[in-house]
Ligand binder design. Structure first.
Ligand SMILES: Cc1ncc(COP(=O)(O)O)c(C=O)c1O
Ligand SMILES: [Zn+2]
Length: 446
């Protein structure tokens, strides 16, 4: 069943008025070349009151009526109403934990600090939120007779993992373009395990992106990167879910790591939709955090958005955001303008020490979350984030995909000195020696 009375379509993001149906193979405006975005028939959606939407989402939460139980499809009318339920490819994405980081917050003097664990998901990153929507749309197009032979993406590791898993679940062929030696072993093995064609290229992400854009000019190979705005529709549910988890009260600040900049645009889109439909009355301040080694948005922000230029991204431990030429930069700038936005950067040492500090309070953070945390620490120190603010940091991937940097940190094998290494202690297998090690450890902690 498609949600009959609700309609959505692609529309030119630059505002030239071009529109295309969602089952057309199109990623850019054919008139002016701009990115597209999905627009919804808001007048139809406004026929339900805010209270009615809240009640509907509440009723569906965690339920088992296909496909409405998960975080994305519980909002189906707001996301992709045109897809038949039989064509939805879902593994119950979203509904990820939003937890109170009490101890870390106290260390910073921010008592209302929360972490949204988007990495606690099927393939270990927030990419599942968008990929369930895109692959469902592809399944629908194939069912309608479109000749789509494969779905392709360029990736820094997480997009390819999500594409491979959702395509495997749907019986569709995924082709993933990865920069050789620039993704973690776990990220590399994910699409391999799911049977994708993995093309390893001696270039960086931006090089892979250029090639996949060329390949997908052939309409039989569908493009799955976030410049395809179907992905944004799924990812926008993260903001809606956060507000739902706070009983429909938006937080004051949301901090999110940025690479290709699709995710911050998605976050903003979710908040704007809630505002337009009357579910919230205020907007949070949005903060994009970039690694200093891949910081084109930060550089433009520092210059008041003048002279935006792509950069050549340098190697960063936050490998999934090692992107110098972000596809969604225009959308991100507009979003930040709408949300009193800020961009902050983190050096390699700052991102690692921030991740380590969070781990010490019980987390197991990926380096991208480390970038977001480091940015948040700096803004809190400068008083831009206030002590009384309710702050949410979006943790974008599962730390277990990125253990290597933690391993190196604790063995003091990174290019800079580790402030807080926690090396394993080797002792004789004798009780007095073990007791001495425990005493030494307790003394050190005091
Ligand atoms: C773990 C992780 N964090 C952050 C990002 C950045 O998201 P975006 O590229 O949409 O800015 C990505 C993907 O690029 C990612 O995989
Ligand atoms: Zn246009």
């Amino acid at each position: 069943m498609a949600e009959g009375k609700y309609h959505a379509w692609f529309e030119c993001f630059a505002g030239c008025g071009e529109r295309y149906p969602l089952n057309e193979v199109v990623y850019n405006c054919r008139k002016c070349g701009s990115l597209l975005q999905v627009e919804h028939d808001m007048e139809q959606l406004k026929k339900k009151t805010a209270r009615q939407w809240i009640d509907l989402f509440h009723k569906r939460k965690h339920g088992n009526q296909w496909p409405y139980g998960g975080g994305v499809w519980s909002k189906k009318e707001w996301v992709l109403p045109t897809v038949e339920n039989d064509n939805i490819v879902s593994m119950y994405e979203g509904e990820s934990n939003l937890f109170w980081a009490d101890r870390l917050g106290r260390e910073l003097g921010i008592s209302d600090l929360w972490i949204k664990l988007c990495g606690n998901s099927h393939t270990g990153s927030f990419k599942d939120l968008g990929m369930t929507v895109l692959v469902s749309a592809v399944k629908q197009m194939i069912a309608e007779g479109k000749n789509i032979r494969a779905v392709a993406c360029a990736s820094t590791g997480d997009t390819s993992a999500a594409l491979a898993a959702y395509c495997a679940a749907a019986g569709i062929t995924p082709v993933v373009f990865l920069p050789k030696n620039k993704v973690s072993v776990e990220q590399l093995i994910q699409p391999i395990a799911n049977g994708a064609l993995v093309i390893s290229l001696k270039t960086d992400f931006d090089g892979c992106m250029k090639l996949v854009r060329e390949i997908t000019k052939n309409e039989e190979i569908y493009l799955a990167n976030s410049m395809n705005s179907l992905r944004i529709e799924g990812q926008k549910t993260v903001g809606i879910e956060i507000v739902q988890q706070f009983d429909w009260i938006p937080p004051d600040v949301v901090v999110i790591p940025g690479g290709n900049l699709g995710n911050v645009s998605a976050l903003g889109k979710g908040f704007l939709m809630m505002e337009e439909l009357g579910l919230i009355k205020k907007r949070p301040m949005l903060v994009v955090a970039q690694a200093r080694n891949a910081n084109p948005l930060y550089l433009a922000y520092r210059k008041g958005w003048k002279n935006y230029r792509p950069v050549k991204a340098k190697t960063t431990l936050a490998s999934a955001i090692q992107i110098g030429d972000p596809v969604s930069v225009q959308k991100a700038v507009k979003t930040l303008e709408q949300f009193n936005g800020i961009v902050e950067e983190a050096s390699e040492k700052e991102l690692v020490e921030a991740a380590v500090a969070a781990d010490r309070t019980g987390m197991y953070t990926c380096p991208h979350t480390g970038v977001a945390l480091a940015a948040m620490f700096k803004l809190a120190k400068r008083g831009v984030i206030k002590k009384a603010d309710r702050v949410v940091v979006i943790s974008t991937a599962h730390g277990l995909k990125f253990s290597d940097f933690k391993y190196k940190y604790h063995l003091n094998k990174l290019p800079f000195k580790s402030d807080n290494p926690n090396m394993p202690v080797e002792t004789e297998p004798k009780l007095p020696a073990i007791m001495r090690a425990i005493d030494r450890h307790l003394k050190k902690k005091r």
